[in-house]
Design a protein around this ligand. Sequence first.
Ligand SMILES: [Zn+2]
Ligand SMILES: [Zn+2]
Length: 384
Amino acid sequence: MRTRTGLSYPQLQPNTFSSDNRHRKRTHHAAADRPFCRKRNKLSSDIKTPISDLFDSLPDDLVISILSNLSSAASSPSDFINILLTCKRLNSLGLNPMVLSRASQKTFAIRARNWTESAHRFLKQCSDAGNVEACYTLGMIRFYCLQNRGSGASLMAKAAICSHAPALYSLAVIQFNGSGGSKNDKDLRAGVALCARAAFLGHIDALRELGHCLQDGYGVRQNITEGRRFLVQANARELAAVLSSEAASSVVVSRSCLTWNPHPSHHRHVTGSGCPLLSDFGCNIPAPVAHPASQFLAEWFEARGGSPGHGLRLCSHVGCGRPETRRHEFRRCSVCGAVNYCSRACQALDWKLRHKMDCAPVERWLDDNGDGGADVDDDIMDES
Ligand SMILES: [Zn+2]
Ligand SMILES: [Zn+2]
């Protein structure tokens, strides 16, 4: 057998695996001549040696190419870590920049409770190797969890330059809210521009955010028809994503998962985790799976009592995980005032997913202590 670099694999000798008595006798006699070699012969080293040689003789570039394919298909961090733990050689080749640059999104699905300095170092190594998913994930963690705003934002920008849609959208949310700065640091036009780029790449939250911005004339000239078009596109893409993930997992789309209701405006009881995002069209689809970085954020703050700091709140949409970086940064529901959202997209999603069943005007609204109440943007309107 010949490898790409021209090295030959050692051929297995046919008699290696034979139980031929003559061969056994010969090795026995050889061992008798050299007493210190007896153990090696007894362990049939002539079988083991060629097998370990097979791996050792594989050229580095071939092993790196195999590891790159494995890391790009890893379905969890442990998938990849297990490769590194296998042996010294795989450990060093597994940390080759080419392997790290291709590691899959799920390789970085680190649980917040497992966060350590070495996990941080691993993500850094991957982002240094040019892995955009690692740039985005580490950027989000640094910006929101470690409160290292400058380095977090620049890592997200690095991913955004490579057309990473979640990074573009996250930077848009930061611009809309002036996150990490003061209220005066809000840049609505920059937010809309970033959102438009992410929407162009098909990012569903960005399409929804852009649709609401156009409908409300927020950071962009009002255009209700165009806004509606983006919202319809967001819904259609969401449905397509659900159908393709169902097909990928070979699960038949059941009636409970995707239902048709010709009268969505009636009091329809929505149960479980179903997301009636397409309720405009009478459909009910499962809630979208949050990006690993968002899951990390949600777990991180949940482990800290659900609070990102004194007087600060988390986005009420469960799949988001973004915290406020200053008091009254997020908008709250204009009807009940009990929930807060980082963005219009989160508000719209949570409304259809959950909040429309809980929302009710409350007198507490009037009793609210009112400190900084004027700072709160209550211009976000529930859809009904
Ligand atoms: Zn949010
Ligand atoms: Zn409400």
